[in-house]
Design a protein around this ligand. Structure first.
Ligand code: NGS
Length: 282
């Protein structure tokens, strides 16, 4: 025994898996919610491939990760999010892309539908096997909160500053989730029928459990998030009833029924912008 590990990459010519070379992640990271400038953030990230894509060169990432952001009218939050997330994701040595899916028009916001569209469109642009659905107002506070998919759907945003870092209720699945593409297809994605704020995340949690999958979480001391302050969205008055009756729609309403038109796709420096028209409710 020489006491030295053989350098496998030198033997095979293949880079080592990133998990084997991941530097000790430091734990808590600084979170800056002060205003930021998109053009300045673009200048600060020449390492990004167009479309907000990046991969480590020193190792082979295990998964390709698509970060999907449902978006409308949050122009001040977008650069704050990008300023925080690119360094955070790169430190974790991820092979990732950020996809911002913007809803056109003045209908109520439909978060679930934008997530479905993001999943369908991002896998055309990136052979990603891991989808991370991410609200734009949430910034992770700890770099040990790994942005990767596991064997079961993962709820990443367990503890928010705005909830005193406590889970608001046991089945809470809002904010940030990591789901394998295969599982997302299996549960037929999100419902497309939640217009306005609330409920679509509870419905997704129900879909996951109904299909025999379970939701996993990291410890609350790691899954911590700062929420950027903003106005409250208009709640959907039917959301509780729709969550209760959701099971009847699991197979007919979701990834397999989403109706939309891609109005524009632009691979920008910090993210891929996907601008979509969605079919309003009847
Ligand atoms: C529940 C909502 C969820 C939401 C959660 C936390 O009441 O969609 O609050 O929201 N469910 C229903 O309305 C049925 S938060 O305070 O994080 O914006 O995610």
């Amino acid at each position: 025994l020489t006491g030295e590990e053989p350098n496998l990459s030198a033997v095979s010519g293949e880079p080592l898996p990133c998990l084997n070379v991941l530097p000790n992640l430091g734990g808590p990271v600084a979170v800056d919610t002060s205003s930021a400038d998109l053009a300045e953030e673009e200048r600060r990230h020449p390492e990004l491939l167009l479309g907000g894509r990046w991969r480590p060169v020193e190792c082979q990432a295990r998964q390709k990760v698509a970060i999907i952001i449902p978006y409308r009218s949050r122009a001040s939050q977008l650069p704050i999010f990008m300023r925080h997330m690119h360094p955070f994701l790169q430190k974790q040595l991820l092979d990732y892309g950020i996809f911002v899916v913007e809803q056109a028009g003045n209908e109520s916001f439909n978060r679930g539908m934008l997530m479905n569209i993001g999943a369908l469109e991002s896998v055309k642009l990136c052979p990603c096997e891991c989808l991370i659905f991410h609200d734009i107002d949430l910034l992770p506070e700890d770099d040990r909160n790994l942005y990767a998919c596991r064997e079961q759907p993962l709820h990443l945003s367990v503890a928010y500053n705005t909830f005193n870092y406590k889970l608001p209720y046991e089945d809470f699945f809002g904010g940030v989730n990591a789901i394998l593409v295969g599982h997302f297809r299996q549960v037929n994605g999100f419902s497309n029928k939640f217009w306005g704020w609330g409920g679509e995340d509870d419905d997704l949690a129900n879909r996951i459990k109904y299909h025999g999958l379970s939701i996993s979480r990291n410890p609350a001391n790691i899954s911590r998030y700062t929420m950027i302050k903003h106005e409250k969205e208009k709640p959907n008055p039917h959301r509780f009833e729709m969550v209760r009756s959701g099971q009847g729609r699991f197979t007919s309403d979701g990834l397999n029924s989403v109706q939309y038109r891609v109005l524009d796709v632009q691979p920008r420096r910090l993210y891929t912008w996907i601008y979509v028209g969605v079919k309003p409710p009847r």
